[in-house]
Write a protein that binds this ligand. Sequence first.
Ligand code: ZN
Length: 101
Amino acid sequence: MIHYSCDRCKREIDADSDLRYIVRIEIEAAMDHMAGEVVDDQDHLEVLEDLLESSDDYCESSLSDECYQRKRYDLCGECYRQYMKNPIGKEASLPFGFSNN
Ligand SMILES: [Zn+2]
C-alpha cells in the first residue's frame, strides 16, 4: 500500500480516512520583454522567428529553471485549506472588518 505524507506539515495522509489534495504548479517565464527589443525596420515574420529561436536558446541554457518549473505537492485537508487561503504566499492581509470605513 502506498503511503502519502503531506508536503507541508509532513503528516501522514491515511488514504482511507483522509482526503489527499494534489497541487500542481506550473511556472513559465513570460517572454514578453523580448518583443520589446525588436528593431522597427526588421521584417515582422523574421523577427518572430528570431524571437522564437532566441527564447528556445534562453530556456535551454542554465537558466532553464527560471523559464519553466513544474511542481507537484501532496497536501492533507488542513494544509489544502491553508494553502487555498494564500496560494501565492502573499503578505498576510488585514482581517475582514478591520477597516473603519
Ligand atoms: Zn498537511
